[in-house]
Design a protein around this ligand. Sequence first.
Ligand code: HEC
Length: 123
Amino acid sequence: MAAGIRVVAGLAPALAVLLSGCSVAEGLRVGFPTASRIGRGESVARNVCAACHAVRPGQASARSGAPTFMTISRRYTPRGLDRELDAIAEVGHYGMPVIRITPNDQRDLIAYIASLRPPAADR
Ligand code: HEC
């Protein structure tokens, strides 16, 4: 009994570090969407994604089947998009090839795409 309590007590700090480590890391990755991040994200989108996706509102995608970034902004929360882009970097996404970008570019891109998201009433 006493041994059991000691084991649990010993695990608690490790668990706390592990959990806080996760949320801090994720928070840093997604980041706060400052104007300069949004601007850099738009450049990444134009340079890396625009060959297939419409990256600005009102455009049609160059590659048929590639959803516009407006649509992507409605489909994904910033965190969900972060996970999706991690997955795309590993295995692609159906018709989309594997594309790897730097963590900074990914964070900026997510800020840009989130900035396209229409207000909840219009979604
Ligand atoms: C070579 C063409 C091509 C490029 C370049 C490309 N994509 Fe795609 N992407 C596609 C296609 C095609 C699809 C649709 C795949 C499917 O669902 O069949 C897709 C799907 C996606 C999806 C999933 C959308 C959904 O509805 O779930 C995301 C997110 C995405 N792309 C993001 C990006 C980002 C961000 C970039 C730039 C870093 C990028 N793509 C560059 C072709 C491309």
